[in-house]
Design a protein around this ligand. Structure first.
Ligand code: AQP
Length: 344
């Protein structure tokens, strides 16, 4: 059977980009899975600490992410839902893979490369200097590779921003297998149809949890009112009417894409949606977009608060414990072969 693995960082409530690019796809894969398939979905807290986190807040965010995953319909009896840090084999395999990972390859990763323009001579206390960059930020793609390979995953659903890291994971697997024999899997990327949902404020950048302006993203927990306000202030342009052209009209086109993906193929294309709306004013179009988002998210939002409020969180703890145990068993099956091959 297939082994599906994917992860999400507990760095805040997921936004519409996380939902359309990842979480909704996870749910679909669960619903379509054959009985012999295994699905593992991880809350990757070890990745979250590549940036300094407030410990109490990180604990809260982890719990909230778990509640979100259940709210979107992941079933803990069908999918293994777990905290990455509860399975130490992820870190163990990371170390082993680090010993053959290429520094050159890692330094070409987009996220790291984007930091290379920082000034390099300031003091390490200056957080905007190269001197303050952390080893973890450089090497986290190795941990990501370990996350996938430790479960011998065959399929990894991600948004477009992660495809470079998946390529690297295959490289890690190849490198290891070249030395020690065919032990690690060759994971295939499953790109979600909603590859890249853009920021509402800067529609040439992806929607992201860490962007300074909270109005740049729609959260899965946003109320009807918050959704309307954020869409109303979304950056568009001064062209009359609605059309779909991501190059010249990134803001309007992003809204069209959001509607297209939320309706999940009900319309034949983004162009078709734009055509249906072409005579609407931007104001009326935005109201339609907000209605559509609320209609799709309100059920998730209600379940999320129900789950968080029930039994003081003991239900969530049980889910995390069960997921951690099952994930540890899955990882151990690979690790026994890895340790043996390496001579540990
Ligand atoms: N804008 C997006 N459009 C489509 N997919 C997206 N993903 C993230 N942003 C978009 C997908 O969501 C999954 C989980 O992401 P993550 O939280 O682990 O890390 P991220 O990609 O770094 O997400 P953020 O929101 O941008 O967080 P920060 O700001 O903390 O870095 C991944 O599959 C990703 O592709």
């Amino acid at each position: 059977g297939r082994v599906v693995f994917s992860g999400i960082q507990p760095t805040g409530v997921p936004h519409l980009g996380n939902y359309l690019g990842a979480l909704r796809q996870w749910r679909k894969l669960q619903d379509e899975a054959a009985p012999e398939d295994t699905l593992l979905y991880s809350i990757v807290d070890l990745h979250a600490i590549t940036i300094r986190q407030d410990p109490a807040q990180l604990k809260r965010w982890k719990k909230e992410m778990l509640a979100t995953m259940l709210a979107i319909g992941l079933d803990p009896h069908r999918s293994i839902i777990f905290y990455q840090s509860s399975v130490p084999a992820h870190s163990e395999l990371m170390w082993i893979l680090s010993c053959s990972a290429s520094m050159g390859y890692l330094s070409r990763m987009t996220q790291w490369k984007s930091k290379m323009s920082l000034p390099d001579d300031a003091s390490p206390l200056d957080t905007s200097s190269k001197a303050a960059l952390k080893l973890g930020l450089f090497s986290y793609p190795v941990l990501q590779g370990a996350d996938i390979l430790v479960h011998s995953a065959t399929h990894v659903p991600v948004g477009h921003d992660q495809s470079q890291h998946l390529e690297f994971a295959r490289e890690l697997s190849n490198g290891f297998n070249h030395i020690y024999g065919p032990i690690l899997s060759q994971p295939t990327t499953i790109l979600s149809p909603a590859k890249r949902i853009m920021s509402l404020k800067e529609p040439t950048l992806k929607m992201s949890k860490s962007h300074a302006d909270p109005k740049s993203r729609i959260l899965l927990t946003d109320s009807r009112d918050e959704i309307s306000k954020k869409i109303k202030t979304a950056l568009t342009d001064s062209i009359t009417g609605v059309s779909y052209d991501p190059e010249t009209r990134p803001g309007v086109s992003n809204l069209v894409e959001i509607v297209y993906h939320l309706n999940d193929g009900a319309a034949p294309s983004c162009e078709a949606i734009a055509k249906d709306c072409q005579d609407l004013s931007i104001k009326a179009f935005k109201e339609m977009v907000a209605d559509c988002i609320d209609a799709k998210l309100s059920g998730i939002r209600e379940r999320y608060y129900e789950i968080l409020n029930e039994e003081g969180g003991s239900g969530l703890r049980r889910v995390a414990d069960m997921g951690g145990m099952n994930a540890a068993a899955s990882a151990e099956a690979t690790m026994e072969k890895v340790r043996d091959a390496v001579g540990l």
